[in-house]
Design a protein around this ligand. Structure first.
Ligand code: ATP
Length: 142
């Protein structure tokens, strides 16, 4: 079977609610919660792609705080095996109402940071979330 590569970029977006509690933005596709992400366009910088995808998928504007790293996984589609790479950024919420992209996203929501680990199902998301928590600690946000 032929292998193809795909490259996406995404964001772990955080904010403080009115009570000062830290919250993280997740998207739901069918029954799985994960972080917003999407395809990097040809020639597009990864961080720009991540911000664009967060906005398109959730309606949220954000600012990049730092790069969290990449993950990769495999899946198959039709006659291809796809090796996918996703580059993630820690982002701070900057405004915008939550408006899930109709075609791709079933729901988008901010969750209290303590609830996130249990909602994530993909091992790669858990790994990126752990890095986000470390970065938030280092920044004094957690
Ligand atoms: P994108 O959001 O980057 O535009 P997409 O929606 O086309 O991409 P994916 O979200 O990568 O595609 O999903 C493609 C396949 O990979 C699906 O079968 C999905 O269940 C699976 N998948 C998605 N995320 C992961 C992951 N982190 N680890 C393993 N498999 C995943």
């Amino acid at each position: 079977m032929e292998t193809k590569w795909e490259f996406s970029a995404g964001g772990v977006v955080y904010r403080r609610n009115e009570e000062g509690k830290l919250e993280i933005l997740l998207i739901r596709v069918k029954n799985r919660w994960s972080f917003p992400k999407g395809n990097i366009e040809r020639g597009e910088p990864k961080d720009k792609a991540a911000l664009r995808e967060v906005k398109e998928e959730t309606g949220v504007d954000a600012e990049v705080v730092e790069y969290l790293g990449e993950v990769d996984y495999w899946y198959s589609m039709e006659l291809y095996r796809i090796h996918k790479f996703v580059y993630y950024y820690l982002m701070k919420y900057a405004g915008g109402e939550i408006t899930p992209q109709k075609e791709e996203i079933d729901e988008a929501r901010f969750f209290p940071v303590e609830e996130v680990e249990n909602l994530l199902t993909y091992p790669t998301d858990k790994k990126i979330f752990e890095r986000a928590l470390n970065a938030l600690k280092k920044l004094g946000e957690l």
